[in-house]
Design a protein around this ligand. Structure first.
Ligand code: COA
Length: 151
């Protein structure tokens, strides 16, 4: 498996993967630079995004294709996003989820109240309306030892 940055030629595939999992796609085009892809034999098997907003980051749009789930691909793409967050100087990662709360608990994220979320995260389109208001907000501190180049 190879993880690489997405480019605008990947947009249609990213949108398709997100739609398949009923995840929002409205701002994917403008955030294309935030996306990473996992590929196996040139087939895209997972996507995930990281928005960097100063010292905080938003993990978003994490999807693994159904026939590759439960084999560590989701964990790998999340680790890549965290490494890139560390490389960009991000200290705390946030995410919004309706469908995978316990999954992200397992990755070390914890629940945070919406009103305690940093303003930079509250100002994102995902937080401000694209994700349902029922989505839970989660956070975890970034391990600086995992730093990778960003973008
Ligand atoms: C959530 C998701 C990214 C996990 O990817 P994955 O590659 O299957 O996960 P991993 O292989 O790293 O981890 C698998 C473990 O997580 C658990 N898991 C997977 N999806 C889960 C979910 N939605 N909720 C709770 N646990 C979940 C599995 O049961 C498995 O546990 P096990 O090892 O004890 O069997 C994937 O299931 C997916 O694409 N779901 C649909 C989209 C989605 O909900 N994304 C999150 C949006 S914020």
């Amino acid at each position: 498996m190879r993880i690489r940055k997405a480019n605008k030629n990947d947009l249609a595939t990213i949108v398709q993967l997100l739609e398949m999992s009923n995840l929002p796609t409205e701002d994917c085009a403008e955030q294309i630079g935030a996306f990473m892809l996992a590929e196996e034999n040139k087939r895209i098997v997972a996507v995930g995004g990281l928005e960097v907003h100063g010292k905080v980051g938003l993990v978003r749009s994490v999807v693994v294709i159904p026939d590759r789930r439960r084999s560590g691909v989701g964990r790998a793409i999340c680790a890549e996003l965290e490494g890139r967050a560390a490389g960009a100087g991000v200290e705390r990662l946030f995410l919004l989820t309706e469908s995978a709360f316990s999954y992200f608990l397992g990755l070390g994220f914890e629940l945070v109240r919406r009103e305690d979320t940093p303003l930079e995260i509250q100002a994102t389109k995902q937080f401000g309306g694209i994700c349902p208001s029922t989505a839970k907000v989660m956070f975890r501190a970034v391990k600086s030892s995992s730093a990778k180049e960003w973008p």
